[in-house]
Every structure is written in structure tokens, then in C-alpha cells.
Design a protein around this ligand. Structure first.
Ligand code: 13P
Length: 254
């Protein structure tokens, strides 16, 4: 059985002291919720401080991005090895990176290879833009994103996929549970084709895009959806706790 996961992507929010405050607000509550992997992804500069705060708890840590080179003269970049020393997960290929920083297929693939090489667990984000969705190209787009991101990769190290339709991110217009379940089912079938059925069945695939405490149940109830990658709502301790708690309750086999 797949352990559900809720990951909070804080994006470019919180100073170090705000990050510490936020973790202090949610730490105890999060730690008490079982049957779901709880991952928080604060900005780079807060990773070390947050890591200390969650030591000994069941909360896991992730970064929001990584560079693909091992080390060297790449001013301002963060290497996979630097992250592997601090956290377990790393978000790769987020649509905001694709959109604002021009990170496409080959770069995403290089980041995936580099992260996996040092033992980081990638949370690979894929998803179609509004015009692609309206043109009925969702299947084509996610299939191609998967193919290019995973090209040449055979060791997946607990890879998590987040299906985040771009039009649902930060817009308050979440996809429906049913729509996302369908696309995530398709992603799973693609993973089965690229790897095998067993790998596909064991892989966690999350939904992301305007997830809130008010709509998480709709997603968590879907059989193909293993949890969520949460942006805005992960910055509010009580709301994030509620999202995690509902997921745990819904996914616990009665
Ligand atoms: P929102 O939850 O703010 O829509 O962001 C989703 C997201 O991009 C998570 O990575």
C-alpha cells in the first residue's frame, strides 16, 4: 500500500524567523498525525534551522529546487550534495520554475539525475497550462513531461510525482477530484509503460493546485490520488494541519 503524503511548498515566503515561528506552530500537531508522510519545503535559507526544529519528529524536510552540477563556479546555486546533507526531498520541475526560469525538459532531467545520484527523493512536478487543457492536450503534455524528465533514469529512489495543472496553481480554482484522478491514473499507466506495473502501483502521485482544508477531502477520496502538494494553504498552521489530518483519516483503511 502507498503511504499518503502531504507536502507543503512554502515557495518564496517566510524569513528565517517566520519559518521558525511557523514550524513551532505546527510541529506538535503534525507529529501526532499518523498514516501520512508530512513534508515541509521552506526556502533554502531556512532549511538548516527547520531541520533542527523537527529533529526527532516524524516531519520530513524538502527543498524547492536544486542545481544539477556537483559543485563549482555557479554563483548563487545550490548543489544536490549540499541538500542531501540537510533534507530528504527536493521539488524538481515546478511550473513556476518552468515558467519564470525557463526550466524545461533537458534541465529538469539533469536535475533529476543529479538529485537521485546523491540519494535525494525528487518530487517531480508536471502539469498542463490552461491553453493546453482547453485544447484537450493534457494527456499529450503530461506524457511528454514524464518522458523527458525521466529519460535515461532507471533508479527512482522513492520518486514522488505531483500533478499540478498550471491553471489551478495559486488561482483558487482547483481541478475537480474526478478530473485529477483521471489524469493521475493516466500518469500511473505511463509510469507502468516506462518502468513496470509494480513500480507504477507503488509510486505516490499527488495533486497540487489550490488545495485547501475545504477541498482536500475531494482529492484524498480518489483512489489514484495519494495526497497533495500544497502551496498557499501550507503557510497557515491550522489549515495545513487540517489538510494533513483529513488526508490521514480518509486514507486510513477502516
Ligand atoms: P497553491 O496551493 O498555492 O495553488 O500552489 C500549489 C503549488 O504550486 C504547490 O507546489
Amino acid at each position: 500500500m502507498r503511504v499518503p503524503m502531504i507536502a507543503g511548498n512554502w515557495k518564496m515566503n517566510t524569513t528565517v524567523s517566520e519559518a521558525i515561528e511557523l514550524v513551532n506552530e505546527m510541529r506538535r500537531g503534525l507529529d501526532q498525525i499518523g498514516n501520512v508522510d508530512k513534508v515541509i519545503c521552506p526556502p533554502f535559507i531556512s532549511l538548516a534551522a527547520v531541520r533542527e526544529l523537527i529533529k526527532g519528529s516524524s516531519i520530513k524536510l524538502g527543498a524547492q529546487n536544486v542545481y544539477f552540477a556537483e559543485k563549482g563556479a555557479f554563483t548563487g546555486e545550490i548543489s544536490p550534495l549540499m541538500l542531501a546533507d540537510l533534507c530528504e526531498f527536493v521539488i524538481i520541475g515546478h511550473s513556476e520554475r518552468r515558467q519564470y526560469f525557463n526550466e524545461r525538459g533537458e534541465i529538469v532531467n539533469k536535475k533529476m539525475v543529479a538529485a537521485l545520484k546523491v540519494g535525494l527523493k525528487p518530487i517531480l512536478c508536471i502539469g498542463e497550462r490552461l491553453e493546453e487543457n482547453e485544447a484537450g492536450k493534457t494527456e499529450e503534455v503530461v506524457t511528454e513531461q514524464l518522458r523527458s524528465s525521466l529519460a535515461g533514469i532507471d533508479y527512482l529512489n522513492g520518486l514522488v510525482i505531483a500533478y499540478e495543472p498550471v491553471w489551478a496553481i495559486g488561482t483558487g480554482k482547483a481541478a475537480t477530484g474526478e478530473q485529477s484522478n483521471e489524469t493521475i491514473g493516466l500518469i500511473r499507466r505511463n509510469i507502468a509503460k516506462l518502468y513496470d506495473k509494480e513500480i507504477a502501483q507503488g509510486m505516490r502521485i499527488l495533486y497540487g493546485g489550490s488545495v485547501t482544508a475545504g477541498n482536500i477531502a475531494e482529492f484524498a477520496q480518489q483512489p489514484e490520488i495519494d495526497g497533495g502538494l500544497v502551496g498557499g494553504a501550507s503557510l497557515k498552521a491550522t489549515e495545513f494541519l487540517s489538510i494533513v489530518k483529513q488526508t490521514s483519516e480518509i486514507k486510513t483503511v477502516k
